[in-house]
Ligand binder design. Structure first.
Ligand code: PRT
Ligand code: ZN
Length: 284
């Protein structure tokens, strides 16, 4: 009675997939080239596979769940449930052309030859945009195709853009923004669903923690209502009296993205000694 999760056996998603499982409090030993490993404190088995095979294995139920890039999932077109977006393995699937090419818009791809390892995603994208181009499928080193006269453009994954740059190419249009996903088989049994829910609960607690910070500050008592309204936190802030009369310490939780704009307002209300501390896990 274990939940079987497929992750990439080596490559760009491996480290963060293992780290995610571990940060959920699940202990797994170092796999060292093995095909699978079991957790010691949670009914979970990890299967190590090529990322391209993960959607199929999850659809078939060989694995109950898996961690895979959205780009791979869309290319493989398997019927699975997307449980969570995991926030790592971020990249773009983009059209790139020679840096000197006179490319202005997608229409410039009309009748052109495009090399890619993502023929399904590209075919759908071109169809949706009414572009009639020839797709040349290649499995690796797509970025060299224009240079050797194999294609007029490519459609490939980009993260920093340095691979394109060093091959004399430029990113012309983004067709997909991708990140790692937790996917699951769509006919899990109750015990598997139950274990998966426990895992998702932990992943979400980590994500909320990452997006929020614990904030402490000192403020004059007469400003406390205004400050409390600015940083209401999870239910309401904690207010503790300082040894110095007329002052209090206020503790709350603040959204990472709003932190800088709120800080300006807090200072205007007389807040001092503002401390911001990372949160490890957050359960509402
Ligand atoms: O052996 P296996 O089949 O499992 O691995 P793989 O070689 O197919 O995949 P891998 O490990 O390279 O990538 C796994 C997943 O990581 C991809 O499916 C994406 O979801 C994600 N990812 C994120 C990336 C990149 N960033 C990325 N930059 N995958 C590939 N690249 C490559 C890209 O193809 C290009 O060659 O990196 C190069 C571009 O990088 P920049 O930084 O120069 O732009
Ligand atoms: Zn692959």
């Amino acid at each position: 009675m274990k939940l079987k999760i497929a992750i990439q056996k080596s490559g760009r998603l491996y480290d963060e997939s293992v780290e995610l499982i571990r940060s959920c409090g699940i202990q797994i030993s170092n796999p060292n080239g093995r095909l699978k490993t079991e957790a010691s404190n949670f009914p979970l088995e990890l299967l190590f596979l090529r990322d391209d095979d993960i959607p199929q294995y999850v659809e078939d139920g060989v694995a109950d769940a898996g961690i895979v890039g959205e780009n791979v999932l869309l290319e493989k077109q398997k019927s699975v449930v997307i449980c969570n977006r995991l926030g790592f393995g971020r990249c773009r699937l983009s059209i790139a052309v020679n840096k000197s090419a006179a490319y202005k818009s997608l229409d410039d791809l009309q009748g052109k030859k495009i090399a890619t390892s993502y023929p399904m995603v590209l075919t759908n994208f071109l169809r949706e945009n009414g572009i009639d181009a020839e797709i040349h499928e290649i499995s690796g080193s797509v970025e060299i195709a224009p240079g050797i006269g194999l294609a007029d453009a490519i459609c490939d994954l980009v993260s920093t853009g340095s691979t394109l740059l060093s091959n004399g190419l430029r990113e012309a249009d983004v067709i997909l923004r991708s990140e790692a996903l937790l996917i699951a088989n769509n006919q899990l049994q109750d015990f598997q669903n139950n274990l998966l829910r426990q895992l998702i609960f932990r992943i979400e607690a980590l994500r909320k923690a990452r997006n929020n910070k614990y904030i402490l500050l000192n403020a004059p008592n007469e400003q406390l209502p205004r400050i409390a309204a600015m940083i209401p936190g999870m239910k309401s802030p904690t207010i503790l009296p300082l040894a110095q009369p007329g002052w209090s310490s206020l503790h709350s939780v603040v959204d990472e993205n709003e932190f800088w704009s709120i800080t300006e307002n807090l200072k205007q209300c007389g807040a001092q000694g503002i401390l911001v501390i990372p949160i490890e896990k957050m359960i509402l």
